[in-house]
Design a protein around this ligand. Structure first.
Ligand code: ATP
Ligand code: MG
Length: 262
């Protein structure tokens, strides 16, 4: 199995007095698709941003190979970020750049690829996400779902080893959602990429073909206690598959469990 494992240990994140995550320990296994499910406002995007080092946790570690992203130098973090392709929840496109330049940006920033090759790659990715013909438009001139797809094309442009996608299905119709889910599964098969999908949508979470469920230990401090409903129980795990995510301390009570489902 290829891909890169992402190991999160005892991660805690607060904003002022608002504690978002406490003591989260989980693994994104190399080359597999994992999904993070939970209601709005419970810290999913915060976790994703912490994984790529955009938000600094107060406690804990995020390991890629032997590097702890929480403690490494800015230059090391810059290097490691090249392994990532990230689709942010809002697409995070540059508003003053057309869609072509948005998608070309990582290639121009991180590689020495020539402009004619960049054009081939960008057009291929545009085709992949169903946006051929939209390359000259500005982000303000396309729909929310199209922005999402443009963001995905940009996330894929470096053929990343780790792909993080935040609500890839929001703003998309069911046909596009099904296509996009299949696309992520295909990319996982082709590139052996490690993929984390953040979603509200159970269908999207279930779309990983190498289906396994695994518990992620940690406490949400959200009043709505997202994963405290008990709806995801260990019985949803594939027969015989051991939980791949472990806590280094005692497992918390069921009322403080979160579940990653692949
Ligand atoms: N930069 C920030 N500064 C202060 N608070 C923040 C910041 N980013 C997020 N938060 C807070 O952290 C909490 C979790 O936010 P987050 O965006 O991770 O939720 P989410 O689970 O992704 O929700 P949704 O499903 O609606 O996208 C929210 O209360 C939010 O207001
Ligand atoms: Mg979010």
């Amino acid at each position: 199995m290829g891909g890169v494992e992402v190991g999160i240990k005892n991660l805690s994140k607060s904003f002022g007095s608002a504690n978002i995550w406490s003591d989260v320990t989980l693994t994104l296994p190399a080359g597999e698709i994992s999904a993070l499910l939970g209601p709005s406002g419970t810290g999913k995007s915060v976790l994703l941003k912490a994984i790529i080092g955009l938000l600094k946790p107060e406690k804990g570690s995020i390991f890629i190979h032997d590097t702890d992203l929480v403690r490494c130098s800015e230059s090391k973090l810059y290097e490691i970020r090249k392994l990532f392709g990230v689709l942010f929840q809002d697409g995070a496109l540059f508003g003053s750049m057309n869609i072509f330049d948005n998608i070309a940006f990582p290639l121009r920033e991180h590689t020495r690829t020539g402009e004619s090759e960049i054009k081939n790659i960008v057009m291929e990715k545009l085709d992949l996400v169903g946006l051929s013909g939209a390359e000259d438009k500005l982000p303000g001139e396309i729909s929310g779902g199209m922005k999402k797809r443009a963001g995905l094309a940009r996330a894929l442009v470096l053929d990343p080893e780790i792909i993080l996608v935040d609500e890839p299905d929001s703003g998309l119709d069911p046909v596009r959602t099904a296509y996009l889910n299949q696309l992520l599964v295909d990319i996982n098969t082709q590139l052996d990429a490690t993929i984390l999908i953040v979603t509200h949508h159970l269908g999207t979470a279930r779309s990983g073909r190498r289906s396994r469920s695994r518990p992620c230990w940690g406490r949400s401090t959200s009043p709505s206690r997202p994963w405290a409903t008990g709806r995801s129980t260990p019985t949803s795990r594939s027969p015989g598959s051991a939980p791949a995510l472990r806590t280094t301390s005692s497992p918390p009570s069921p009322s403080s469990r979160r579940w990653c489902r692949t």
